[in-house]
Design a protein around this ligand. Structure first.
Ligand code: EPU
Length: 419
């Protein structure tokens, strides 16, 4: 099993580039199954979640190949309809395939999807959405069989805002007869990015990026080429890392700063100095974080739940008390126990709220990465800590961040991957 060994408190500075967005790339790989023509996707991050979904798609008989960051997908033959449970359990994003498979094949077997241990993560909204378009659903063999003789456009109001359910139903509606109105949809920037490309390929989607999406079904989706948008979560994570460990200015490049406004607001409130360009930002070194700041996670454009753990780590350096309020997932604060083990002073008020009392000095420890975002947060903690930190289960970091140790070495970090 590989692990990271980090010697903390090294002075970091320089430039780091943001990769293509994981949570866009996963959706494009799935959406490619809507078309029998070739989709060429570039700037795809080479991370474990992408490879897991690629393997699952290949197991359906779809022609998918890649060379570095360029992926080519062509579902020329009718793809198989049953998702392999062993592969599907590796990532929650496997549920995205239900949209394209159901409209193309009229049937799909969806094993209970896996993913991060960050909460229950039910799939009731997906199922209700498909039912509203006329699909029949049967629970069977640790999963669900969805069937249809042809979906029909309808109005569906999402009982709760859900990113992947919005994307999955939007994809399905592209090849559904008639008009589909999706209401109370998620507004994350990856959604209009996907919708714009689908429209270029012949779909008729209006309103993506707002809570109301209208889709007029079409009979085919064509092929096309697309360069993946930059990863806003990676950009935000690097900014927090720079604020936590920067010894000199750190420049973050190839990014879209407008996609993390709520993070910039909170960092500035805490006393971090930021400078922005159209596709870059600079984080100035901070000797002392003057103000502890409260955050409350929300759907986009609110404070991203995927940046909650890194921000919490930063708050261990701030003077005062900050409230970290997670509203999206019920299991996303358990890493705070590990931070306490490293010397932080964090009190869990309930599964959704943690109180960070700062500033505290963190000390290197042997720790285990629980999930992607908590994993990268603990890695930042290791860079801040006195002494040596060993992180086990780094598969959970590799799922979301490509060759992170090499990229951080470029900033001066003392981090090694050891087998
Ligand atoms: N929910 C339901 N029923 C459903 C679907 C969702 O109750 O059928 C609930 C969830 O349990 C959660 C809330 O709705 O409480 C919102 O979850 P959402 O469905 O929006 O999350 P997701 O689509 O599964 C995506 C990202 C996550 C990110 C969340 C929130 C992908 C592949 N994943 O998950 O990213 O945290 O949106 O922004 O896009 C990550 O990258 O590490 C990650 C977990």
């Amino acid at each position: 099993m590989q692990r990271f060994i980090i010697k903390g408190q090294k002075p970091l500075s320089g430039e780091i580039k943001v990769n293509g967005a994981k949570n866009a790339a996963l959706k494009f790989l799935a959406a490619a199954l809507l078309s029998a023509d070739k989709w060429t996707l570039s700037n795809i991050p080479q991370i474990e979640d992408i490879f897991s979904l690629a393997k699952l798609i290949q197991s359906l008989g779809v022609d998918l190949s890649y060379n570095k960051d360029i992926f080519q997908v062509q579902a020329i033959q009718d793809p198989k309809t049953d998702l392999d449970p062993d592969l599907a359990v590796k990532l929650r994003a496997s549920v995205l395939l239900t949209g394209p498979l159901l409209v193309r094949r009229g049937r799909v077997f969806l094993p209970y999807p896996g993913g991060c241990a960050i909460g229950q993560r039910p799939i009731d909204i997906f199922l209700k959405g498909f039912q509203s378009l006329g699909a029949k659903i049967k629970a069977e063999n640790n999963g669900f069989i969805l069937t249809t003789n042809g979906l029909r456009g309808n109005k569906f109001f999402f009982p709760q805002v859900s990113v992947t359910a919005t994307e999955t139903l939007m994809m399905a509606a592209c090849l559904t007869q008639g008009k589909t109105l999706l209401q109370n949809t998620a507004c994350e920037p990856e959604i209009p990015f996907l919708a714009d490309f689908l429209n270029q390929c012949g779909a008729k989607i209006k309103g993506a990026g707002t809570p109301f999406i209208e889709i007029e079904g079409v009979s085919r989706i064509n092929g096309g080429d697309i360069v993946m948008m930059p990863d806003r979560i990676e950009m935000g994570t690097f900014a927090v890392l720079a604020a936590a460990c920067g010894d000199n200015t750190i420049k973050i490049t190839n990014c879209q700063p407008e996609h993390a406004q709520s993070l910039w607001l909170k960092l500035k409130e805490a006393g971090v100095k930021l400078k922005f360009g159209p596709d870059w930002l600079e984080v100035q070194p901070v000797k002392d974080l003057r103000a502890a700041v409260d955050i409350k996670t929300q759907e986009y454009p609110g404070f991203a739940t995927d940046l909650q753990a890194p921000f919490c780590v930063l708050m261990t350096r701030a003077h005062g008390v900050s409230l970290i309020h997670e509203t999206i997932f019920e299991g996303r604060l358990f890493y705070t126990d590990i931070l306490n083990h490293m010397g932080a002073k964090i009190i869990m008020a309930d599964p959704y709220r943690a109180i960070v009392v700062g500033p505290t000095q963190l000390y290197g420890q042997k720790i285990i990465s629980p999930d992607i975002r908590a994993g990268i947060a603990l890695l930042i903690a290791g860079l801040m800590a006195k002494g040596e930190t060993v992180i086990e289960n780094i598969y959970q970091i590799d799922r979301g961040y490509e060759k992170i140790e090499e990229r951080l070495q470029g900033l001066g970090a003392d981090i090694k991957r050891v087998t």
